[in-house]
Design a protein around this ligand. Structure first.
Ligand SMILES: [Zn+2]
Length: 108
């Protein structure tokens, strides 16, 4: 994942966005729920939900993904409250690692 994309995703997480288990059909980035709207950190509100993502049967990889998403969203909350420099960097590092694992899962 590109650093620029990670920066945008992190920014959205810190802004109160919740990362969803669906990705953008246009740029393949993870979609977020912000104030009840589905938004792509890269494309904005023009996000297109990929059709393949809308399925009810959960594959094992999706279970891992949902655990990671829960973790990611709670890390983001922690990060938003954190004021210490070292701790902030540590949390950012963990957010980045999770995003990288999610990316790998999505590539299949
Ligand atoms: Zn997008």
């Amino acid at each position: 994942m590109q650093d620029e994309k990670i920066a945008k995703i992190t920014e959205m997480l810190l802004g109160g966005g919740k990362m969803l288990s669906v990705h953008c059909g246009a740029c393949k980035g993870p979609l977020f729920e912000v104030e009840g709207k589905v938004v792509c950190p890269v494309c904005g509100e023009k996000a297109v939900i990929a059709k393949a993502e809308v399925k009810s049967k959960a594959a094992p990889a999706e279970k891992v993904e949902s655990v990671l998403l829960t973790k990611l969203n709670s890390l983001a909350e922690e990060l938003a409250k954190e004021t210490g420099h070292d701790k902030t960097l540590e949390l950012l590092d963990r957010v980045k690692s999770i995003l990288e694992v999610l990316e790998k899962l999505r590539e299949g």
